[in-house]
Design a protein around this ligand. Structure first.
Ligand code: CA
Ligand code: CA
Ligand code: CA
Ligand code: CA
Ligand code: CA
Ligand code: CA
Length: 709
């Protein structure tokens, strides 16, 4: 096949449409001087016409439904256009329209690129495309130099519905790779890509209801925003992180209320630098490309596409791709590429526009080469849960605060006790199975201590804040049945309007057992001493103080006598836990200029040897966790996030309220201790809330904490 003619005449182009099966070629119209297009004003009625830089035709009845551009890092002028063509397969073209090859093993309607995917110890580029016959996603490894494609999935990643859009996303937070697949059932599926036996595999992490007609999408890897078009409705944006809220906002509408004529399909992003960039949307049927600011979604103007010798250049723009890096001398600021379903007389195909021309017409910025070469933002340290508990029995924000009980003789039989603030306390084993539900009221926080003497026996006492009875709930753990038994001396009143945060303290100095609890919004704390009364446990108030504003998470250090309190909007404080201590406190960290983002929630202590160890704090506003040294001035160590474990099908944790940690080995599953956190969004599949269990060695390794004890 030959295709390098530069003749602008339609006749000539048609004359070349012989040759192999699908495809074909081209007319490359070298745009002599893009600066000549000068920005006529771009009123909505008369968008500036941008001449195509190159056209690639596909012979009918083939379709050109989506497109992507791979930039050849060694020689950008030898970059590769990837076209999805359900009848012809996945096609590869050079920038001048020459067909380079492709794959006929699938019938793709959508295509997207993944850069720098780690596979078999190498960093490779992947082409992802759907196969309409299997409703699956197939990954191809792009050979170095863009010379060919080889299948990288062992089997298609099955979406079980027709795919109406596909876009890849590498999380700037975790470095994880995802692909979003919209389906004809009106859902947006988010798949995490992971290596499975040397091949690319996918784990479904969440499904977002998005509406019928939704499909074409693009994700901004700088800020994690996902853009998706809903054909006759408009353009939406929402957060691309799997654990984020699925709330979406409109960017623009079709019809009289918006700036899109009737229908919108392909979208693409053009990044200028870390702070500036553009959202590009193909206004189908009106031969128009709309441009919006990425910062505030403001509409900046539109351009139309002009083919020499052809009245309406863009018949039906479907897929859209953009590259904000140089593609060689003739495309120094990158390019925009349309998949034109109908094409201009010569049939469907792909149209390439120089960004220079669009930028000139609309007075837009060109990408800064340095911004694109500066590499990716450093990713956050991440760990993965290996167990998740059963979901709780109530919908909404229900699970809240866990406490770990260590079995005295068989650590693998240890328990997780979790509050469920709509019902009571839940007891789970280390596999996450629910062993006991105690429907004693709206329990908010829970903590426990070992070795309380009750009728000549040393028992573990569990304390919880009961918002229904406005009381202090007390239980002991029966190590034989592994169940909680109520031991409170009746209903122990707190005097609080709304009992909220709670933690316990076993004083090394006095041997006494204490409970701290606070009222929800005032930050008023009370401290009680626990006293045995026959076979029951009573509480005597020993201290009262005020933190200042709403607080909840707290933890007392039994060895040092420190009491850590998280004031949700403000930061982390260190008080003294002894009842004789005053109100003096030390600020450990802050939400203003510190390492925390409101709300600051759960706090727990990892006890190491000789007074060392760590504080683990739920940094809820950032969906991650902050770690501090237990000793000295509680120096900040680092942040980590809990991300999905795709192999085990367990989602990550986000919007965490309470957490607990132990340094005691808990059998083969948790040989170096355990971190348990509440998960605000239990997804994949969507379910009621639960708790996630993370082996401590993952945290130690993610933050280079040194060998676990
Ligand atoms: Ca919550
Ligand atoms: Ca707790
Ligand atoms: Ca809270
Ligand atoms: Ca909160
Ligand atoms: Ca989750
Ligand atoms: Ca889950």
């Amino acid at each position: 096949m030959t295709c390098s003619q530069r003749g602008p005449l339609p006749e000539l182009r048609r004359a070349t449409l012989t040759g192999t099966a699908v495809a074909l070629c081209i007319a490359l119209m070298l745009v002599p001087d893009t600066a000549g297009i000068h920005a006529k004003s771009t009123t909505e009625d008369a968008p500036a016409a941008i001449p195509v830089h190159a056209e690639i035709f596909v012979r009918g009845p083939a379709e050109a439904s989506d497109v992507a551009i791979w930039r050849n890092p060694r020689d950008p002028s030898r970059s590769v256009i990837l076209g999805a063509n359900a009848d012809a397969g996945l096609e590869m073209y050079a920038l001048d329209g020459r067909r380079l090859g492709g794959s006929t093993s699938i019938e793709p309607q959508h295509v997207t690129l993944v850069h720098g995917y780690p596979l078999r110890g190498q960093s490779i580029d992947l082409v992802l495309a759907d196969d309409r016959r299997t409703s699956g996603i197939v990954a191809f490894q792009l050979e170095p130099g863009g010379t060919g494609l080889s299948v990288a999935t062992a089997r298609p990643i099955s979406t079980n519905a027709e795919i109406t859009g596909l876009c890849a996303y590498r999380s700037p937070l975790s470095g994880r790779h995802y692909v979003f697949a919209a389906t004809d059932e009106g859902h947006l599926q988010q798949w995490e890509l992971y290596e499975n036996d040397g091949k690319v595999d996918g784990a479904l992490v969440r499904t977002i209801p998005i509406g019928f007609g939704a499909g074409y999408c693009a994700v901004d890897e700088t800020d994690g925003t996902l853009y998706i078009t809903e054909e006759t409705v408009g353009i939406w944006k929402l957060a691309g992180e799997p654990e984020s809220d699925a709330e979406r906002t409109l960017v623009d509408l079709t019809g009289p209320r918006g700036r899109l004529a009737e229908e919108v399909k392909g979208i693409a992003l053009y990044r200028v630098d870390a702070t500036q960039g553009y959202l590009l949307a193909a206004d189908v049927g009106s031969n128009r490309l709309n441009v919006y600011s990425l910062q505030d979604s403001a509409y900046l103007g539109s351009v139309s596409v002009q083919t020499i010798g052809s009245a309406s250049a863009l018949e039906e723009a479907e897929g859209l791709a953009a590259l904000s890096v140089s593609l060689g001398k003739s495309l120094p600021a990158g390019a925009v590429l349309f998949a034109d379903e109908k094409g201009s007389g010569a049939g469907p195909g792909y149209k390439l526009l120089a960004w220079e021309a669009i930028a000139d017409a609309l007075r837009l910025q060109r990408a800064q080469p340095s911004a694109n070469n500066s590499g990716r933002p450093s990713a956050l340290a991440t760990v993965m849960p290996t167990v998740e508990t059963d979901p709780v029995d109530d919908y909404g924000d229900a699970a809240d605060d866990p406490a770990i009980w260590v079995h005295p003789t068989d650590p693998a039989k240890s328990l997780i006790i979790g509050t469920q603030k709509k019902r009571g306390l839940y007891v789970y084993d280390l596999s996450g199975k629910t062993l006991q539900v105690i429907p004693d009221g709206r329990m908010n926080n829970v903590d426990l201590r070992y070795g309380f003497e009750l009728q000549g026996e040393r028992v573990a006492i569990v304390a919880a804040s009961n918002r229904t009875r406005k009381s202090l709930a007390l239980y002991k753990v029966d190590p034989v049945t592994r169940q909680l038994v109520d031991v409170a001396d009746g209903t122990i009143p707190t005097g609080f309007r709304d009992p909220y945060g709670l933690c316990m303290y076993h004083s090394a100095r006095s041997g006494e057992f204490h409970v701290f609890m606070n009222d929800s919004d005032s930050g008023a704390y009370k401290q009680w001493r626990l006293v045995a009364k026959g076979d029951r446990v009573a509480a005597e108030q020993v201290r009262e103080f005020v933190v200042g504003s709403q607080a909840e998470g707290c933890a007392a250090d039994d060895e040092t006598g420190a009491l850590y309190i998280a004031e949700e909007d403000v930061g982390l404080w260190r008080y003294e836990a002894e009842p004789t201590a005053g109100t003096q406190r030390i600020r450990i960290d802050s939400t203003r200029g510190g390492n925390l983002k409101a709300d600051v929630e759960g706090v727990a202590i990892y006890y190491g040897p000789n007074g060392t160890g760590y504080l683990v704090v739920s940094n809820q506003g950032a969906d991650n966790y902050a770690v501090y040294r237990r000793e000295g001035q509680n120096a900040f160590v680092g942040h980590f996030a809990i991300v999905a474990n795709p192999r085990l099908g367990i989602d990550g944790a986000s919007e965490t309220d309470g957490l607990d940690v132990t340094s005691t080995p808990l059998g083969p599953a948790f040989p170096h201790g355990l971190l348990v956190v509440q998960d605000g969004r239990n997804i994949s599949p969507a379910a009621r809330q639960n708790f996630k269990l993370v082996p401590w060695e993952q945290v130690a390794s993610a933050l280079s904490l040194g060998a676990p004890r």
